[in-house]
Design a protein around this ligand. Structure first.
Ligand code: PGA
Length: 255
């Protein structure tokens, strides 16, 4: 089964209306027939970003960075998956390590959020990855196993699920695992998905690598088997950097 490549930008808590100007540069330099492009801005910008992308005639999708597991209710400051969809989002990042660390999100919380995202017709990007201490003590695959087992719902539609492998120690640090380490993690995730959902579904689920992806290392990361794209933080804030990463993904052989 062919999986469409995906370049996803995570703006995190960066960006106001003025930063939307970056989109014009991104969409003008980047026709991407072979790559799905996604930007997940702060929730305050989703509606305006979607409108601007429509006006620019761009196929770039927008997504949220988190959602609540409930559809409505007394949850001050939270945002429902249906609200993200209503604002124009088609994807949502869930279980990012910054959410797990800053907001104490458990695997069970993340699992409930994925179910809510699917009910709202959103594609869920589930983030998993080991901390530096876990990496140094050789626990990477155990952690991935636990996070997958606890965060994934019992059944899945491959078109609605993306997994991002993001070693916590590689996020925003400039550090990146070796290509062999990325290959081992992605191979492990693919086989865990096969055990969980069967080969047909598992083969259709896109696996992204995330953590210090930059124009200078994108090509070699995209050469790794089972890497179908990237979840990009810092480098997605600058159109020229994100465009270079998209171009590298476009040129990469199918995973
Ligand atoms: P980074 O962030 O590219 O800035 O390392 C990646 C992420 O957290 O998704």
């Amino acid at each position: 089964m062919t999986r469409r490549k995906l370049a996803a930008g995570n703006w995190k808590m960066n960006g106001q209306a003025a930063e939307l100007a970056e989109l014009e540069a991104l969409t003008s330099t980047c026709p991407t027939p072979g790559v799905d492009v996604l930007i997940c801005p702060p929730a305050t910008l989703i509606d305006r970003m979607t409108g601007l992308l429509d006006r620019l005639g761009a196929s770039t999708a927008t997504g949220g960075q988190d959602c609540h597991s409930a559809e409505t209710g007394a949850h001050t400051g939270d945002i429902a998956a249906t609200m993200l969809a209503d604002a124009g989002a088609t994807y949502v990042i869930l279980g990012h390590s910054e959410r797990r660390q800053d907001h104490g999100e458990s695997n069970a919380d993340v699992q409930a959020k994925i179910t809510a995202a699917w009910s709202a017709d959103l594609i869920a990007i589930l983030c998993i990855g080991e901390t530096e201490a876990e990496y140094k003590t050789g626990q990477t695959l155990d952690i991935l196993h636990q996070q997958l087992a606890g965060s994934l719902p019992d059944s899945a539609d491959a078109a609605r699920l993306v997994i991002a492998y993001e070693p916590v120690w590689a996020i925003g640090t400039g550090l990146v695992p070796t290509l062999d380490e990325i290959a081992a993690a992605h191979g492990f995730i693919r086989s865990a998905l096969t055990t969980r959902y069967g080969a047909d579904t598992a083969q259709g689920i896109r696996l992204l690598y995330g953590g210090s992806v930059k124009p200078g290392n994108a090509t070699e990361i995209f050469s790794v088997p089972d890497v179908d794209g990237a979840l990009v933080g810092g480098a997605s804030l600058k159109a020229s950097d994100f465009s270079a990463i998209i171009t590298a993904l476009e040129a990469a052989p199918a995973a």
